[in-house]
Design a protein around this ligand. Sequence first.
Ligand code: CU
Length: 113
Amino acid sequence: MKRIFAMNRLMTVFAAALLTAVICLAQSVPAKKALTFQGKVETVNEAANSLKVNGEKVEGWMDAMIMDYKVDDPAIPKKLKAGDQITATVYEGDMVLHKVMVMPKTDNMKSKK
Ligand SMILES: [Cu+2]
């Protein structure tokens, strides 16, 4: 009888340890690597909260191509228009554009002088 009680106790301790290990593992998953995306806005789709962007290659994320990307913030598409040069933060395994920023237009007149 005493032995069965000890076994139950051991199982409880084991289960608690396992649960703790699972929780620790879940928390120690490293944060996805942040990458910088750059491209030119082709079209803005406010309803879909997405942008069609002619993007430069981002190593380990996406080749240079024109494609639609969702934006993390619905306020962003309203601020953008075709032709805007943007940079955004992107994460491995996630096609959403984060922290989208419009790059200042390069002054062609000035650079020609
Ligand atoms: Cu693509």
